[in-house]
Each structure stands twice: as structure tokens, then as C-alpha cells.
Write a protein that binds this ligand. Structure first.
Ligand code: SF4
Length: 274
């Protein structure tokens, strides 16, 4: 039986797809991993990818990806995954969520297109999601992939952790100017329904400062009308990076207080997952 919150990418023995039994999603979330080499262009302090390397994905075998996805969906339909109580778990969503940045793959757009085609063929009416750090939004192929996601009725969860270039450099370990992060977020929201995804935590024992939260709200507020909302995360799953000992979770109350400030300052809907 697949445990709730078992996020082992290789639980089903595949290269490109993995099942996650998710209490929050209310069933099995099928993940698509275009980064089987655990390589990302960022190195977020809180990243849960074991053995994370800096880099990009290898060439993707699209035929294998679709074959694996079809097999996993078959297994799911046949009742291979059960929830507590013994009932067969339902498919909750399909998400491009890799052990690295999905949109870094040269095959990103064809991969999205192929997954959409399979979903249409099987009449799957679950959401299709992309979890992304948004740093490749300038690529035409990524924009094309986002158009396919939008046409499928899907959505993007766009990583946007802090509201200043310095803090982005610290938290995401990337020289990524705030202006570019904001421009890419705006571009993403123009192409597909977009949620912001943000991780807040204490660093070296210190919670995010009031200035940090104010800068974050100031960066998002001008885009608020174009965004679906914010998913605010804590450290539910431990960081697998060298910085892990420097991180500690905010209390659920503290995270709620952060959410309240974001709602008040930006008008955005905020969903909290401590
Ligand atoms: S962008 Fe995602 S995969 Fe890449 S380092 Fe950050 S959390 Fe990990």
C-alpha cells in the first residue's frame, strides 16, 4: 500500500512518472519528473530533492514517458493504490513536478502536448499542473507548453519565495533579479492560470522579518488581479540540502499570521499548508 505522503519518486519503478498519495489532493497525484538526474538550475535551501545537483535535465524519452504514464494510470484504475480503509485511491491530478526544474527540458512543450493528448484520449478530467521556478519563461517552447496547459484547463504553481534580489539569492541560491522574477510571473499569468507558491521558514532561528514580508507583498500586489492566489508552505517535509540544519519551521499560527498580512496587503487568496 502506498502511504500518505510517500513522495518517493521511484515508488512505482518508473523513470519519468511517480505516484503520490496525497491527503490534501484527496487521492493519488501522478507526478511527471523530467529531471531523473536530480539536476536543477536553482538550489533552494529547503529543496526536498535528495542528491540535488546543479544543472539541467538529460534528453527525455517521450515515448517512454507516455508509456509509463499510461501504465501508472492503468494500475491506478485497476485499484493498485489503496487508501486507509481499503478503498481504491482515485486520480487527483497530474503534475509536472520534477527532481529539478521541469521547464529546463528541451522537450517540455512536446511532453506537455503528449500528456494532454493522453488525458483527452482517456477523458481524464482532473487538473493538470506545472510546478516551476519560472526561470525559463522567456523560452518560446516553455510559453508553448503553458498554452497547452491552459488549453487543457490546467494551472501553474510558480515559485516566488521572496521580494528582494538579495533574499532570492539566499533562499533559492540563484542570482535572479527581482525584476525578472516579477516579469516572468506576469508573463506566466498571461499564458495560464497561475498560483504563486511560497515557502516561509526560520533561517538560523530567525523568522522572516517584517521588512521581508513587506517587500514580498509589494512585489506581488501589482500583479494580484492577474493571479489565482498564493499557496503558502512551511517545512512539512525536511530539506535534503546541506543548509537543512539552518532551517526550522514556523508554527502554524505564525504561518497564518503571514497569510493574513499577505491577504490584507495584496488582496490575494492565500492557502496555507503548514
Ligand atoms: S526550484 Fe525546486 S527542484 Fe529546484 S532547487 Fe528549488 S525546490 Fe529544488
Amino acid at each position: 500500500m502506498l502511504r500518505i505522503d510517500d513522495h518517493n519518486r521511484f515508488a512505482a519503478g518508473f523513470t519519468y512518472v511517480y505516484p503520490v498519495l496525497s491527503r490534501r489532493a484527496g487521492g493519488v497525484s501522478v507526478g511527471i519528473n523530467l529531471n531523473p538526474n536530480n539536476a536543477c538550475n536553482w538550489a533552494c535551501l529547503y529543496c526536498q530533492v535528495d542528491n540535488l545537483q546543479r544543472g539541467g535535465p538529460p534528453p527525455i524519452d517521450l515515448a517512454q514517458l507516455i508509456k509509463e504514464l499510461a501504465s501508472l494510470l492503468d494500475a491506478l484504475l485497476a485499484g493498485a493504490f489503496v487508501v486507509a480503509g481499503g478503498q481504491a485511491a482515485a486520480l487527483a491530478d497530474i503534475a509536472f513536478s520534477g527532481n529539478g526544474e521541469s521547464t529546463a527540458a528541451a522537450e517540455f512543450a512536446p511532453a506537455v502536448q503528449a500528456v494532454c493528448a493522453l488525458m483527452q484520449e482517456r477523458k481524464l478530467e482532473v487538473p493538470l499542473r506545472l510546478i516551476t521556478n519560472g526561470s525559463f519563461l522567456h523560452r518560446p517552447g516553455v510559453q508553448e507548453g503553458l498554452r497547452h496547459i491552459a488549453a487543457q484547463g490546467g494551472e501553474v504553481w510558480f515559485k516566488f519565495d521572496r521580494g528582494s534580489s538579495d533574499e532570492i539569492a539566499t533562499v533559492n541560491a540563484i542570482a535572479w533579479p527581482l525584476e525578472r522574477a516579477v516579469a516572468h510571473l506576469a508573463q506566466c499569468a498571461a499564458l495560464a492560470p497561475t498560483w504563486v507558491q511560497t515557502c516561509w521558514f526560520c533561517l538560523d532561528g530567525a523568522p522572516p522579518s517584517a521588512e521581508s514580508l513587506a517587500a514580498y507583498c509589494a512585489a506581488l500586489q501589482p500583479l494580484a488581479a492577474k493571479l489565482q492566489g498564493v499557496h503558502l508552505y512551511g517545512l512539512a517535509r525536511p530539506s535534503q540540502q546541506a543548509a537543512a540544519p539552518r532551517l526550522s519551521a514556523l508554527s502554524a499560527e505564525a504561518l497564518e499570521a503571514v497569510a493574513a498580512v499577505i491577504r490584507k496587503e495584496t488582496g490575494l487568496k492565500v492557502i496555507v499548508s503548514p
